[in-house]
Design a protein around this ligand. Sequence first.
Ligand code: GLN
Length: 281
Amino acid sequence: MDTSSPLRVDAALRDARARIDDDDARVLVAHALGQAPSWLYAHDDDVLTAADVARIEALVARRAVGEPVAYLTGRRGFWNLDLDVGPATLIPRADTECLVEAALARIVAGATACVADLGTGSGAVALAVAQARPAARVVATDASVPALSVARGNARRLGIGNVAFVLGDWLRPLAARRFDVIASNPPYIAAGDPHLREGDLRFEPAMALESGADGLDAIRAIAASAPGCLVDGGWLLLEHGYQQGQCVRRLLAQEGCVDIATLRDFGGQDRVTLGCRRAGR
Ligand code: GLN
C-alpha cells in the first residue's frame, strides 16, 4: 500500500480487496476505522490519516496470511449475542446454534433448572442458554484459564448473571452435583485430520478441536461421567462431527441413556446427539 500520499476510503478498500476476500476487506477496513461495515457506503471519499492506513494495512496483512477475521476484530456473533473471542477460544460456529436450540427445548421457561456447559470456550452455549432462560442456573467449565477469562468477560459485558464459570476438565469440578441438562461442544476432530491444516482451524486452539485418533476421546469421557451427574429424566446433549452420529448414539446407549436421537444442523448434517437418563438408574 502506498502510504506517501493521502488515501481515501475507496482506495483503501480497493487495495484490501486485491489481497483478501471482499467481505473480509469491508469488515477489516471498517474495524480499523472504528466503524461498522455499513458506514463505508456513505464514506467512500473520506480521507484517511497515516495512522488509519497503518491500522488497515496491519489487519489486511494478517488476514492475508490466514488469521481468522474473528480474531482480528475480537468479536463473533453467535445466537443473539455479540461475543468477544480470541486465540484462546474456539470461534463460535453457526452449527452450534443447533445445540443451543436443543438445550432450550429441554429447559422449561421460568423453571429453576440446573444446566452445565462443558468446555465452554468463549461461553457461547452457556451464555445463550442463560440469557434465554434467566431462571436457570448455568455452570460452565473449561480446562483453559485464558478461555475462562474470555467467557467471564463476555458474561460481565452482556450483563448475564446466572452463569458460574469453573476451571477444570468436563464434569470433574462438578462431580457432586446433579443437572437437568448437560450440554457440550467438545473437541471432536481426529488428530491428523487434514482440515486442521486449513482455514481458521490452523489458528484455533488444538485443545478445542482435536480429540484422539478417532476424534471421540472427549465425547467418550463425557458420556462415561455425565449420566451419573443428571437427575432422573435429565438430558445429555453432545455436539459432534457429521459422521459421528452413529458412534455417539451407541456410546450413549452403552451408558444407559434412553430416548437417544441425533439432530441435524442448518446445513442438514448430523450435529447433536442427545440422550435421557432413565428414572431409577
Ligand atoms: N465444528 C468445528 C469444525 O469442524 C469443530 C468444533 C469442535 O471440534 N467442537 O470446524
